[in-house]
Design a protein around this ligand. Structure first.
Ligand SMILES: CC(C)(COP(=O)(O)OP(=O)(O)OC[C@H]1O[C@@H](n2cnc3c(N)ncnc32)[C@H](O)[C@@H]1OP(=O)(O)O)[C@@H](O)C(=O)NCCC(=O)NCCS
Length: 333
């Protein structure tokens, strides 16, 4: 019997309507459009405005579209993995809330936290369940309302992040397509440079943590930048080598959208030209777990069955990784 692999059989993204432009940011902090575009590549980002709205709303909207376009009913879903760094609340999991919102009654669901690498970790986890023959329909959704943890008086972080979500359906296949390989890594020592201090068990929420702005993202940009450039490029190169892929063999690089300069460095190391790099950072900024599925969603109509695709990410933890997959359907049809 042919070996089971996990194939992405559908993809759908969702971004909220509100557009926060660099021009508007100029009125909020001491920055300017030219600096933001040249140092990061971001021109605008989307925000989910309004009280009581969380990442589950972004994730649910993406999944509703995914179910419709793949003719799948919510009751058929075996498992929902939600990759998020901004859960609706510490518990229950955002994945459980999403399962309720979309009416998925026959599944189990959990969140996976690996900051910006969460979507990759989740796809690999889902793939292993499918390869083991345990489940037939798994949804991985990356959903983040980054605006809920961004300090809009901190010009070093508020220019980068945005809100958004993307969801994929993974199903078993015996045709050799789908997820081929994954390299996932972490280095917890990197937490010094990128973290959120408050609200967890170490520093529970108090008036003091609020006064200290401990419930916002803290980022020391340069060490994060250096580690991202090195590690994202290293794993992307490694996954090509161990699968005997030349740059010509790679149809697309789908990089996490944290900073255009990090993406360029990764593509250069892989020897992959700009025309093969999915890039939407200019429109959405860094949506954390949303970036990679949002790219795949936007490029879906240009993907062909059998395309060799490399996904690559780096994020808080530090966490990073790459996944090699063969696209499983002809989207042009
Ligand atoms: C955050 C980041 C864009 C900052 O860019 P940078 O080139 O490293 O900029 P620096 O922090 O060295 O700051 C350079 C100068 O620009 C200034 N600056 C910082 N933010 C600015 C802004 N929004 N507008 C204008 N000037 C700004 C700094 O104050 C500094 O000024 P100084 O030289 O007078 O001290 C960049 O470090 C980065 O992308 N880091 C990695 C982010 C990432 O990948 N995160 C992980 C995934 S989630």
């Amino acid at each position: 019997m042919a070996k089971l692999k996990a194939a992405i059989t559908g993809i759908q993204g969702y971004v909220p309507d509100y557009i926060l432009t660099n021009k508007e940011l100029e009125t909020m902090v001491d920055t300017n459009n030219e600096w933001i575009v040249s140092r990061t590549g971001v021109k605008e980002r989307r925000l989910l405005k309004g009280e009581g709205r969380g990442s589950s709303e972004l994730g649910s909207e993406a999944i509703k579209g995914l179910l419709e376009k793949t003719n799948t009913s919510a009751g058929e879903i075996d498992l929902i993995i939600c990759a998020t760094a901004t859960p609706d609340m510490p518990f229950p999991s955002t994945a459980c809330i999403i399962a309720d919102k979309i009416g998925a009654k026959n599944c189990f669901a959990f969140d996976l936290m690996a900051a910006c690498s969460g979507f990759l970790y989740s796809v690999d986890t889902a793939a292993k369940y499918i390869e083991a023959g345990m489940y037939k329909k798994i949804i991985v959704v990356g959903a983040d309302k980054m605006s809920s943890i961004v300090d809009y008086t901190d010009r070093a972080t508020c220019i980068i992040f945005g809100d958004g979500a993307g969801a994929v359906l993974l199903e078993p296949t015996e045709d050799g397509l789908g997820v081929q390989d994954a390299i996932l890594r972490c280095d917890g020592a990197g937490r010094e440079f990128l973290h959120m201090k408050g609200g967890g068990s170490q520093n529970p929420s108090t008036h003091k943590t609020v006064d200290n702005k401990d419930h916002y993202i803290f980022q020391d940009g340069q060490p994060v930048f250096k580690a991202a450039v090195k590690n994202m490029a290293d794993v992307s190169e490694e996954i090509m080598k161990r699968n005997n892929l030349s740059a010509d063999d790679v149809a697309w690089l789908v990089p996490h959208q944290a900073n255009k300069r990090i993406i360029d460095a990764t593509a250069r190391r892989m020897g992959v030209g700009d025309e093969k790099v999915m890039l939407n950072i200019q429109k959405y900024g860094n949506t954390t777990n949303g970036t990679i599925p949002l790219c795949l969603w936007e490029w879906e109509n240009r993907l062909n069955k059998g395309d060799n695709i490399i996904l690559a990410a780096f994020g808080g933890g530090f966490t990073w990784g790459s996944i090699y997959l063969k696209w499983a359907y002809d989207s042009k049809k």
